[in-house]
Design a protein around this ligand. Structure first.
Ligand SMILES: [Zn+2]
Length: 177
């Protein structure tokens, strides 16, 4: 289970990639929304807590591909077809959560990617990243957060810098032409 830092960076990165001609000053709020959407699937912990559900609910429907499509469809309905590219980027940010959990799971439980059609849980099983099992301590969570910050924040920063400076150079040269 990567923590909110990794998921948030990936979600913001997806939205940034969908807007190559934009800049952080113009769309930071959109990147923030993408980050939030990429974190939201783990709010299934809240459902477990509020409704006293079993831990088996974690990584179930909220992490599925179908939910990614539902979120995309809802956003298209909300934003309108004129902003379909933006809605799809947000939907992809949401969907990235289940995919990242799938890619980084080895020892822990997998992801119900194909809910409600298949209830099997899938995990790639190659690397174990930030797999925090039950009973973790606060210091273990802090350490995992630092590792995620060290890996994912520079990647997002690099992407934003390329977009800000390389692509803005292209933008201005096109403007001069
Ligand atoms: Zn998750």
């Amino acid at each position: 289970m990567p923590l909110p830092i990794a998921h948030g960076c990936v979600g913001a990165g997806i939205v940034a990639l969908s807007r190559p001609k934009s800049s952080l000053g113009m769309d930071w709020h959109m990147l923030l929304f993408g980050a939030v959407l990429a974190i939201i699937p783990d709010l299934d912990f809240m459902l477990i807590w509020v409704f006293h559900l079993s831990n088996g609910w974690h990584r179930s429907f909220t992490h599925s591909i179908l939910m990614g499509f539902i979120v995309t469809a809802l956003l298209i309905g909300l934003l309108g077809t004129a902003r379909i590219r933006e809605a799809v980027a947000y939907g992809a940010a949401y969907l990235s959560h289940g995919i990242l959990d799938f890619l980084t799971a080895k020892h822990g439980g997998g992801v119900e990617l194909f809910w409600p059609f298949v209830h099997e849980r899938f995990k790639l099983g190659l690397i174990s990243f930030s797999e925090l099992m039950h009973g973790i301590t606060l210091s273990e969570m802090f350490k995992a957060s630092l590792i995620e910050l060290t890996i994912f924040a520079p990647m997002l920063l690099a992407l934003l810098l390329v977009r800000e400076f390389v692509l803005s150079g292209l933008r201005s040269s096109q403007g001069e032409a």
